[in-house]
Design a protein. Structure first.
Length: 108
């Protein structure tokens, strides 16, 4: 059962944008849950090493909903090249994963 589930991560520049994107993703049933954390990112962009505060979103969803979630993030994200990373959830409690499946179900 677990191999059906993934966590998708992205980072954004403001807390408000993170909250708005999280609300939109859950409302669209593309993720059952989004956790938001403040992070400090160090990265190379356009030949410069930069260090910026960002907000990281960790979205729980199913592999089946991943492509739609990625498309949604790309359409709504403010970055030219947004981080969109998908990692498999290898194990989890059956009750939680069932809740995730119900949260992204669209009458399947």
């Amino acid at each position: 059962m677990e191999e059906r589930f993934v966590q998708v991560m992205t980072t954004v520049g403001t807390r408000q944008f993170a909250a708005d994107l999280a609300q939109a993703v859950v409302k669209a049933r593309l993720a059952a849950c989004v956790q938001i954390q403040a992070v400090q990112s160090v990265y190379r962009w356009q030949g410069e090493v930069r260090s910026e505060p960002e907000w990281q979103l960790a979205m729980k969803t199913t592999k089946r909903r991943y492509a739609e979630l990625e498309q949604f993030i790309r359409a709504h994200h403010s970055y030219e090249t947004p981080e969109i990373v998908c990692v498999p959830i290898l194990r989890g409690s059956a009750e939680y994963l069932s809740w995730v499946a119900d949260g992204v179900s669209v009458g399947e």
